[in-house]
Design a protein around this ligand. Sequence first.
Ligand SMILES: C[S@@+](CC[C@H](N)C(=O)[O-])C[C@H]1O[C@@H](n2cnc3c(N)ncnc32)[C@H](O)[C@@H]1O
Length: 236
Amino acid sequence: MLPENPATDIEAAAVPDYLISTYEWAYVTPRAVRIFERQWLVNLILWGNYARLSGLALDALGANLDGRTLQVACVYGDLTVRLHARHAPQGQLDVVDVLPVQIGNLARKISVAGLPASAVGIHQADSSALPFAAGYYDRVLLFFLLHEQPEAVRRETLAEAFRVLKPGGRLVIVDYHRPRAWNPLRGVMLGVLAALEPFALDLWRQEIAAWFPERPASVRKRILFGGLYQVVEVVR
Ligand SMILES: C[S@@+](CC[C@H](N)C(=O)[O-])C[C@H]1O[C@@H](n2cnc3c(N)ncnc32)[C@H](O)[C@@H]1O
């Protein structure tokens, strides 16, 4: 039997230091949201791969989803609305993000999409301390979150993602990866990431599985776009 959902996000989670020091330009201020909440811009940042990467994430999660899904961290663009559209009537989608400005932006996008506010459960919480019971979710999505986090936080985020997943549940991770030596974007991305997203280079050096808290039942990793991106499907 599944546990009751004891969401305890009554106390606001504090904004982590790395978001202020490294990512203020992208996420933290209303101005950042005004600039970056443009799907064409996010698509440009991903070298034209937004539809492909988000489509792979959604396909890895499945179609006609029932049970409970958790998206850890908001994403610019229409990913959450499309994820909601994959849910069966009795399915439940929750999203957590630590920044109130991102929570407000997601609520606005849900309303603009013509969905009732209740369609998606939105929680202000830190990915490293999720306010949900162990084994509560059938599936969890981490879309371009891990590369933004310092290693210690990344480990905690993965530990929490595993904890809230039921045994046999599915974790889908989409993120950066070390490009192939021949990839013409390798040098450009090395410079861009080193300057703007320094923790991302950890994912060039190490497999994401190296930070898992336990050995899962199965792991399937695919790389694409000359190795620059990876899709990792985990069954707990
Ligand atoms: C998912 S990531 C990057 C997504 C992608 N670059 C895009 O297209 O938006 C961005 C989100 O992660 C959130 N985030 C970063 N660290 C977090 C943490 N520790 N807990 C919860 N949310 C976090 C940020 O607030 C931001 O909304």
